[in-house]
Design a protein around this ligand. Structure first.
Ligand code: DAT
Ligand code: MG
Length: 136
């Protein structure tokens, strides 16, 4: 059974030239691209995307960061796509939690700049895909 997940190559990933690397890993895993767009996200969308973190100490910086430059939004599709991409991404902290071999483990150094986002559950995926690609 196929499912969809929302992936972002965040502004740090774009500015560091890692879009191809991330997309390549997604494709090599056997997942498919269902939608893909380079865009600068407005504050309202960013706040909705990260609504679960509203009130946390890092929330404002997170919204500033994600709106601070172009990112690549992708809908990724395939069997167990949500877990499969979270596994490719690695844990949130690129040094403490993400192992080498993962995107964050290989290319990340600081938790604020961990390169990619992936939906964490079917409910999040549905909400996020509607938010980022309302016409899909
Ligand atoms: P993930 O992106 O692995 O789903 P999350 O949803 O807990 O992680 O947090 C969203 C983003 O917020 C994360 O990718 C980076 C940032 N973040 C999380 N915890 C943080 C912290 N303690 N300090 C600074 N930024 C943090
Ligand atoms: Mg998350």
């Amino acid at each position: 059974m196929s499912e969809r997940t929302l992936v972002l190559v965040k502004p740090d990933g774009v500015s560091r030239g890692l879009v191809g690397e991330v997309i390549s890993r997604i494709e090599r895993k056997g997942l498919k691209l269902a939608a893909l767009e380079l865009r600068v996200v407005d504050r309202a969308t960013a706040e909705q995307h990260y609504a679960e973190h509203d009130g946390k100490p890092f929330y404002n910086d997170l919204v500033e960061f994600i709106t601070g430059g172009p990112l690549v939004a992708v809908v990724v599709e395939g069997a167990r796509a949500i877990s499969a991409f979270r596994q490719l991404a690695g844990g949130t902290d690129p040094v403490e939690k993400a192992t080498p071999g993962t995107i964050r483990g290989d290319f990340g150094l600081e938790v604020q700049f961990n390169l990619v986002h992936g939906s964490d559950s079917p409910e999040s995926a549905e909400r996020e895909i509607k938010l980022w690609f309302p016409n899909l």
